[in-house]
Design a protein around this ligand. Structure first.
Ligand SMILES: Nc1nc2c(ncn2[C@@H]2O[C@H](COP(=O)(O)OP(=O)(O)OP(=O)(O)O)[C@@H](O)[C@H]2O)c(=O)[nH]1
Ligand SMILES: [Zn+2]
Length: 371
């Protein structure tokens, strides 16, 4: 028997898994609601719930408008679940390890309930950039929980590599303490030398992918991990996902069906590999970094960060005063000037005095061979 405290969680403010809050959303019902409740009693109400000894561990693989698709260990059946109200405002996102109760059969029409969310080992967040989600402003959003690795997919040609995009991803990954992996596609069209030269000062792991070679080097790095794939349009991310998970289309279809038919194009979805998970992020084209502090931004440039110890106190690293240690580092040949320029582009796009998209265009030009 559950005694509800209707005042405990105002339904209109319940947080949703994607970090959004919708106002005046109708309260959600779960199987407890159909039980006959005792009349108002004089017993003190309590927020303590039974401990759900029968709960089973599951992974959240998709989120769509308040419905969560979960799977059990070693079982691909999608189980639709809702969030128990006792979780309060705690959001649930793809990658979350949860405990579920109720009907966990996954049969059509069944609904389980998420009663616990395990502590997250990492949280990848983004701030929507100025050009999207204007309605929601620049509210920070969790993209995926518990990712161990960020696979930054970039093409070596067609479209040419965009170091501005990669650098932005690196900042987001390192800020979230997620290991980055550079995945260079279309290696059949161009060599990686130019790009790797730009990253020579970093210990950045990379793999090359081409249609006529097996994906073993990539698979090796994906094994045993939960990897989130990011990439801008046209780099071959869908091609890659379809090669890694041949029935990805079907899996994503099954997942979207539970969300009453409409698949939210910006949501992430986790797909099972023989030994690991990949999280595809369709619709996520870039990482707004407004939530990342200026300090963390510099930690996204491991080849530059050490030189900041030579900066005067409270240096803003813009180079304006001519005393920034980063300039001294570059002048002494200790770092690639293009790296410092990229850092400063991100710095100024974060400060809001330079539209993000322009900054990334500049990053793209910076990677062009011959520049
Ligand atoms: N030559 C070559 N072409 C590739 C490779 N990978 C993908 N392509 C092609 O590049 C184009 C874009 O590939 P997609 O997989 O659709 O790219 P995407 O990153 O998913 O882009 P969106 O669909 O816009 O999100 C397609 O025409 C692919 O056939 C590759 O390794 N080599
Ligand atoms: Zn400085």
């Amino acid at each position: 028997m559950h005694l509800e405290d209707p005042a405990a969680v105002p339904d209109a403010l319940v947080g949703h898994g994607d970090g959004r809050r919708r106002l005046s959303r109708k309260r959600e019902y779960d199987e407890d609601d159909v039980r006959i409740r005792p009349g108002r009693s004089t017993r003190p109400r309590t927020r303590t719930r039974p401990r759900h000894a029968d709960a089973v561990p599951a992974l959240v693989v998709a989120v769509d408008r308040g419905r969560y698709t979960c799977v059990l260990d070693g079982d691909d059946r999608p189980i639709t679940a809702m969030r128990a109200r006792e979780l309060g405002r705690h959001g649930v996102v793809v990658g979350d390890r949860v405990d579920i109760v109720g009907d966990v059969s996954g049969s059509p029409g069944s609904l389980a309930r998420i009663v616990r969310i395990a502590e997250r080992t990492s949280v990848l967040t983004r701030t929507p950039d100025d050009y999207e989600d204007a309605v929601e402003g620049r509210q920070e959003r969790v993209v995926v929980a518990n990712a161990d690795q960020m696979v930054i997919v970039n093409a070596l040609a067609d479209p040419p590599p965009r170091t501005g995009f990669i650098d932005r991803c690196l900042v987001a990954a390192l800020d979230a303490e997620i290991e980055p992996l550079l995945c260079l596609t279309k290696a059949d069209l161009a060599g990686p030398e130019h790009l790797l030269d730009y990253y020579a000062g970093l210990d950045l792991p990379y793999v090359l992918c081409r249609p006529d070679a097996p994906l073993d080097p990539l698979l090796e790095r994906l094994t045993g991990r939960l990897s989130v794939l990011v990439g801008h349009s046209g780099v071959g991310k869908s091609t890659l996902v379809n090669r890694l998970v041949p029935d990805a289309e079907r899996a994503v279809g099954a997942v979207s069906a539970v969300g009453k038919g409409r698949h939210t194009s910006t949501s992430a979805v986790a797909l099972r590999l023989p030994g690991g998970w990949i999280v595809d992020t369709p619709g996520i084209r870039s990482f707004g970094l407004a939530h990342v502090t200026a300090d963390s931004l510099l930690h996204g440039f491991p080849d530059l960060v050490e030189a900041s110890t030579k900066c005067p106190p409270n240096c803003d690293h813009t180079g304006a005063g001519g005393t920034c240690g980063l300039d001294a580092l570059v002048a002494a040949g200790g770092a690639d000037p293009r790296r410092l320029a990229s850092y400063r582009r991100l710095l100024s796009s974060r400060a809001g005095d330079d539209p993000t998209r322009d900054a990334e265009e500049a990053g793209r030009a910076g990677a062009d061979p011959g520049e």
